[in-house]
Design a protein. Structure first.
Length: 66
């Protein structure tokens, strides 16, 4: 079973058999800080420049209220 890569910044990561992509994933994890999502109020790990988690971002893309 291939490992599934998931985080609060981007949700599910694809193409993780690419070493460069895996390196980027680990970089994002290092940059991420524990913060409260401005959308749903959950404690999540996000990059400092991100204010909302992936599930809120997806909801916004579907025409939500952010
Ligand atoms: Zn959220």
């Amino acid at each position: 079973m291939p490992r599934t890569y998931v985080d609060d910044n981007f949700g599910v990561w694809d193409n993780m058999d690419d070493p460069d992509h895996r390196e980027f994933y680990h970089q994002v994890q290092r940059e991420s800080v524990r913060k409260k999502c401005q959308g749903c109020g959950r404690m999540v790990r996000l990059r400092p420049s991100y204010g909302i988690c992936n599930s809120c971002a997806e909801r916004a893309e579907r025409g939500g209220d952010y």
